[in-house]
Design a protein around this ligand. Structure first.
Ligand code: NDP
Length: 329
């Protein structure tokens, strides 16, 4: 069935500039790391992407290796894009990344010019697009000079195969070095993609300061701690969940210590008339450097629940103080 995007799709979300750039991101973006591989139903994937766009989510985040198997999330998104979204290309931001293991041999991972530019071409092929909006170095490479890795990103931008350059999982010092290397190429560092949520506050140790100084924005991944900051595990471990399948989180994660913290946060969420997922999103968005919360979803219902966070993102000092004892690494 052919798809027509909802006419009111821009009534739901705010769009905020990433740092000092002109690039506006939706306050919530959709990531396709999980749930978009060959192991999930195509129709569910398509329904999630359509609903996301209908609700104003203009940004879809991918990487070369998302799946399983690696590459299949880009291929699956490419098919959905071709079927449903191609007419809306100029309303959509697609990102991809290179840096983690993707193919055999010495060039299949990390941050060489060889890896990044070959990987980008592969991603464009799987996605079926001429360019991605953001191309990221997925992780810092301890061996390759930062000038080479950033030079490859800048080359992709000059070629028009990427519109903006990004980095992910870089420390504050690495971020400053990356921004300087990009600046030498005449390309700004537009965006950083770190992990940030109530259970992982590492970016508070200098990354926000570095980004503020550099004028770059942040899109934070796993803001729901992969489902741990939702009601998903409050009454057991449901079949099909990440913990039940041991995908990135295991059943042992759902310990009594975890449950005490999640239940404590859930009480605060309920008192705000929110779900725990919604509180978790409001909490990351309170941080001025955070442009967008990059969420995952295994169903349309999850995505809809998460997005309702935007109906109330204001957190009082008193609420923040009550969250603090539970929001620990
Ligand atoms: P989240 O923290 O948003 O976790 C998503 C998972 O939480 C879902 O798959 C689902 O789990 C559960 N969930 C989501 N919404 C709800 C809800 N409302 N109620 C109950 N459960 C819910 O993010 P991810 O860890 O998926 O990461 C998001 C994106 O960030 C990725 O897709 C990717 O684009 C990016 N990312 C980037 C990385 C990097 O190195 N740059 C690393 C990791 C992620 P379930 O599937 O069990 O139903």
């Amino acid at each position: 069935m052919s798809y027509l995007a909802a006419e009111n799709r821009y009534d739901h979300l705010d769009y905020v500039r990433s740092g000092r750039s002109g690039l506006k991101l939706p306050r919530v973006s959709l990531g396709l790391w999980n749930n978009f591989g060959a192991d999930r139903a195509r129709e569910t994937q398509r329904a999630i992407v359509r609903r996301a766009f209908d609700l104003g989510i203009t940004h879809f985040d991918l990487a070369n290796n998302y799946g399983p198997p690696p590459g299949s999330a880009e291929s699956n998104f490419g098919r959905i894009f071709a079927d449903d979204l191609r007419a809306y290309r100029d309303e959509i931001l697609i990102s991809s990344k290179a840096g983690y293991l993707m193919w055999d041999g010495p060039y299949g991972e990390w941050g060489s010019r060889k890896n990044l530019l070959a990987s980008l071409d592969q991603s464009l092929g799987r996605l079926g697009v001429d360019y991605v909006d953001v191309f990221y170095s997925h992780r810092p490479d301890p061996e390759t000079p930062i000038e080479e890795t950033m030079g490859a990103l800048a080359h992709a931008v000059r070629q028009g195969k990427a519109l903006y350059a990004g980095i992910s999982n870089y420390s504050p010092e690495q971020t400053r070095a990356a921004a300087a290397a990009l600046a030498a190429e005449g390309v700004p560092l537009t965006i950083h993609q770190p992990r940030y949520n109530m259970f992982d506050r590492a970016p508070e140790n200098g990354l926000w300061d570095a980004l503020a100084e550099l004028g770059a924005g942040a899109i934070v991944y796993s803001p729901l701690a992969q489902g741990l900051l939702t009601a998903r595990y409050l009454d057991g471990i449901p079949a099909g969940s990440r913990a039940s399948e041991g995908r990135w989180i295991s059943e042992s994660t759902i310990s009594e210590t975890y449950l005490d913290r999640a239940r404590g946060l859930n009480v605060i969420a309920e008192q705000r008339g929110q779900s725990l997922a919604q509180l978790a999103i409001a909490w990351v968005l309170r941080q001025p450097q955070v442009t967008s919360a990059l969420v995952g979803a295994s169903s349309v219902a999850q995505l809809e629940d998460t997005l309702r966070a935007l109906e109330n993102t204001a957190l009082s000092d008193e609420e923040l103080a009550r969250i603090e004892p539970f929001a620990v690494d």
